[in-house]
Design a protein around this ligand. Structure first.
Ligand SMILES: Cc1cc2nc3c(=O)[nH]c(=O)nc-3n(C[C@H](O)[C@H](O)[C@H](O)COP(=O)(O)OP(=O)(O)OC[C@H]3O[C@@H](n4cnc5c(N)ncnc54)[C@H](O)[C@@H]3O)c2cc1C
Length: 457
């Protein structure tokens, strides 16, 4: 079998591209090296739906983040991806930082975002009463939002499959063999052939790019560690609290999460090891000291988890998206710290590049409706809260994970979904099971049994 297009990498970016191209008459295969979709950088980020107010004006990233913000916001409404329109406040703690605020307003306007406003200290504290002492002024960014990155990835991949894309998991591409009519990808799951190859391999994109004969960039895994606080802290953080960016980066933020917690982070540390997603003592101490200064009362409550993600940063200042017509190959690289937001816009852009190269990407008129995703957001109605649903199917009233109130019905549904989880972590991303303060101490064994039992499938 030869697909018209093979997309490598089923993170948010690759899944969005596969979904967009599966809307055409092209046959599409999405290959993923891991056992599940969304198991790379797309599963461990800060989960903000960015307006792009602070991007560098004129870059491709600025353009695609601004566009992706609207595309993903609309798609979230259609599919039920949890989003909370909290808004953000960027806080200035020194005179020097206060002086930067007007420049940030101008920069936001340069990015096409016109809703920022500067507020004085009393307004900052009116909006975030528990902020630490010493805030001088703030910049409001009403459009910044929090979103569920797990559901986003799953919705895009599910939609791609519903539109006819073939999904191959556990198929890591190890070698690329060029041919006159098509390219053969040697993978750990067997050979895969495609007329066009799209490289959306995140942290592995430069290695695959080299298989096509290029040596134009190197991925530098930039680790971001985050701390997660107990749900009791959620009222302390009504919106996203950002730092004024400096030459050292964007700084540490305090944000509500879509699951009803609060998080502090991320750190920013260049590493060599592309698999180093563990947290560190040094990162923990850094975040505690920064976080305490931002909001001391937060630290009266408990940190219940910490995690880390690796940004696929590169030695370039912008996204690297390039089409090679001769090899029928598209590189989608360097999607560093904004790809959750921009993924759908990147997909649209890639479709445009293919159209320019003469590929017919006209949308079919027989597309299935977008999938309706299970709600795992805290602000929406959860199955256990829905009396009618529980009455119709008591499995939604049978709680398996008490911290996160996940029902047996949701776990069953995850196993019966078009892209079932491959392991406990995949089940956690689909349902929130074992995601709570006990870290699966109470429900872990039961959930493991459900994973293994045929009844759950
Ligand atoms: C700490 C942190 C905070 C962030 N915060 C935000 C935020 O708030 N908002 C936002 O918009 N973005 C944010 N991001 C960025 C965002 O998470 C990424 O840009 C996005 O997830 C990248 O998606 P991707 O599909 O390119 O990569 P990935 O999700 O890593 O997907 C790439 C996939 O390719 C697969 N792969 C690699 N090599 C091969 C191979 N040889 N064969 C087959 N498969 C392969 C991998 O297994 C992986 O699944 C953040 C990132 C980090 C790390």
């Amino acid at each position: 079998m030869i697909s018209d297009v093979v997309v490598i990498g089923a993170g948010i970016v690759g899944s969005a591209i596969a979904r967009a191209l599966a809307a055409t008459r092209l046959s599409v295969t999405l290959v993923e090296g891991r056992g599940d979709v969304g198991d790379g950088t797309s599963k461990a980020n800060t989960a903000l739906l960015h307006t792009g107010f602070d991007a560098t004006p004129g870059t491709l990233e600025s353009r695609l983040v601004a566009r992706g913000y609207h595309l993903l916001g609309d798609y979230a409404e259609q599919t039920g991806i949890p989003v909370e329109r909290t808004g953000a406040m960027l806080v200035a703690w020194t005179e020097e930082e206060s002086d930067v605020l007007p420049r940030l307003v101008a920069k936001a306007e340069g990015n096409g975002y016109l809703d920022c406003g500067i507020v004085q200290s009393d307004e900052v504290y009116r909006r975030v009463p528990d902020l630490g002492p010493g805030a001088l002024a703030g910049l409001t960014v009403p459009g910044e939002s929090i979103i569920c990155t797990w559901t986003t990835n799953l919705a895009l991949a599910t939609d791609a499959v519903a539109r006819g894309a073939r999904l191959l998991r556990g198929a890591r591409v190890t070698e690329v063999v060029a041919g006159p009519e098509y390219t053969t990808l040697r993978t750990t799951g067997g050979d895969v052939r495609g007329r066009w190859i799209i490289n959306a391999a995140g942290l592995g994109a430069d290695l695959l790019d080299a298989e096509f004969g290029y040596h134009r960039f190197t991925v530098v895994p930039r680790r971001g560690e985050l701390l997660v606080f107990d749900k009791l802290t959620r009222p302390l953080v009504p919106l996203i609290v950002l730092a004024v960016p400096s030459s050292r980066g964007k700084g540490v933020l305090v944000s509500p999460t879509i699951y009803g917690n609060v998080m502090v982070g991320p750190t920013s540390e260049n590493l060599q090891d592309r698999t180093a997603t563990g947290t560190s003592e040094q990162g923990f101490e850094f975040l505690v000291s920064k976080g305490r200064a931002l909001m001391p009362t937060l630290f009266d409550d408990e940190i219940t988890a910490s995690y880390a993600g690796l940004r696929a940063s590169t030695d370039h200042d912008d996204y690297l998206i390039d089409l090679d017509a001769e090899q029928r190959y598209v590189l989608v690289g360097g999607i560093r710290s904004t790809g959750l937001t921009s993924g759908m816009a990147i997909a649209e852009y890639v479709a445009g590049l293919l159209a320019d190269a003469g590929v017919d990407v006209t949308e079919r008129d027989d597309l299935p409706p977008p999938p309706r995703m299970p709600n795992i957001g805290e602000a929406g109605l959860r199955p256990y809260q829905d009396a009618e649903r529980v009455a119709a199917d008591p499995e939604y009233g049978r709680i398996v994970c008490f911290c996160e109130r996940v029902s047996a019905g949701e776990i069953r549904d995850a196993f019966q979904s078009p892209i079932p989880p491959a392991d406990l972590d995949g089940l956690r991303r689909r349902t929130r099971v074992m995601n709570g303060r006990c870290q699966g101490f109470y429900c872990g064994a039961h959930t493991q049994t459900l994973l293994q039992s045929g009844a759950a499938r």
